[in-house]
Design a protein. Structure first.
Length: 391
């Protein structure tokens, strides 16, 4: 006689793996409460087949300890918006490197989870669905308007969350949500929701429960009453510590990097050995002397300056010309600035008795103009004025 299956396990399952890695399976509806109040009586009604709250998720994630790599397997049609958002925020704060693998479907509130992961992998045939928030409300017109307003705020929040992952404006994402957009693995890769399309693993019509070692027929919805379980497999002892996926750790690459830096690691070194060696490593101080007079250094600086000023050659040439004019003006006066004439030779006037005689001794027109402007008050006085003073 076949046995009838029991209500399914909680939607989030946490497993510690080796080498600082852990796996989280999120399968089923997100945030589905264990019990809920009856609409008419208000009494709490147990809900078999659904269990899990954000508080439970947070407690389980914290219990994993110091994890450096998280593998999150998602196969969910969605669920409660606030629970999905809280899980997203919690994962975003977690320091581990996070890899999300989508199996079959990731829809609605479940799509917030891969947004919090650095790497998102999914088969080409897997489905990713985004849509506007949905709810139900009972009450008067004010209650309905308040609910509509809240849903609009939530929709904008969801669109902004997706915009952190894909290069599309929020308005365009809202249009996609309004029509309920379904995307396969290749489309998610093109849009940026996924980072890699992986081959779909061959799946039988049933799966194996790792605890009971019994083959169970399954679907994404809660199991219907009467679904059968058959004892068709021999019981085996599950391994205590499953090996981590190959993508999580590559000690050969770590050892090669350490040796390139001068850090000695044995071929059989563990990750803990590598971390300790890197923490203890201190590069020896080096005294570096640069000869700024050497041709190599000068040529290097010239090349960097040329590269930095590329595209501004005309502006630099014009500035140099203007600078030359200013220098000529300061050295030789306006005539030199205008035409680049040779420096003006000023006739010595140290033995001249008065400003009128000094002015008469100047032969350069520009210099005569400057001298006149400076001493015009004295020059306009009668000639005998100076002679009287001298006497």
């Amino acid at each position: 006689m076949p046995k009838f299956i029991e209500p399914r396990k909680p939607w989030a399952q946490f497993t510690n793996l080796a080498h600082g890695a852990a796996e989280i399976k999120i399968i089923g509806d997100i945030g589905c409460p264990k019990e809920y109040p009856d609409f008419w009586t208000g009494e709490m009604v147990k809900q078999p087949g659904c269990a899990g709250t954000y508080e439970e998720f947070d407690a389980e994630l914290t219990a994993l300890g110091d994890i450096t790599d998280l593998i999150i397997i998602v196969s969910s049609r969605g669920g409660d918006y606030f629970t999905g958002l809280a899980i997203h925020d919690r994962l975003l704060r977690h320091p581990a490197n996070k890899t999300c693998i989508i199996d079959g479907i990731c829809a609605s509130a479940a799509t917030y989870i891969p947004i919090a992961c650095q790497t998102v992998k999914m088969p080409a045939t897997a489905q990713f669905m985004i849509h506007c928030a949905e709810s139900c409300e009972c009450g008067n017109a004010e209650d309905m308007l308040e609910m509509a307003s809240m849903l609009q705020v939530i929709d904008n929040n969801i669109a902004e969350l997706y915009a952190t992952r894909i290069n599309k404006p929020v308005a365009e994402i809202l249009d996609m949500m309004t029509v309920e957009t379904w995307l396969n693995g290749k489309q998610c890769l093109e849009m940026g929701f996924a980072t890699e399309v992986i081959p779909a693993a061959a799946k039988a019509a049933s799966s194996v429960d790792p605890v009971t070692n019994k083959r169970t027929f399954w679907n994404f919805a809660a199991p219907a009453a009467g679904m059968a379980v058959f004892d068709t497999l021999k019981k085996t002892t599950p391994t205590a510590t499953p090996p981590p996926p190959a993508s999580i750790h590559n000690m050969k690459l770590t050892i090669a990097l350490a040796n390139a830096l001068g850090i000695t690691l044995a071929e059989n070194a563990t990750e803990a050995d590598a971390i300790a060696a890197f923490k203890a490593y201190k590069a020896a101080p080096q005294n570096i002397a640069i000869d700024f007079e050497s041709d190599d250094v000068k040529n290097a600086f010239a090349a960097r300056i040329k590269e930095a000023t590329k595209g501004y050659e005309d502006e630099i040439t014009n500035l140099k010309a203007e600078l030359t004019k200013v220098q000529n003006l300061l050295t030789n006066g306006p005539a030199a600035a205008a035409g680049g004439n040779a420096p003006v030779v000023v006739t010595p006037v140290s033995n001249v008795k008065n400003v009128q005689e000094q002015y008469a001794a100047i032969t350069d027109p520009a210099e005569r103009t400057r001298f006149f402007n400076k001493h015009k008050d004295e020059l306009r006085k009668p000639s005998n004025y100076f002679n009287q003073n001298a006497a």
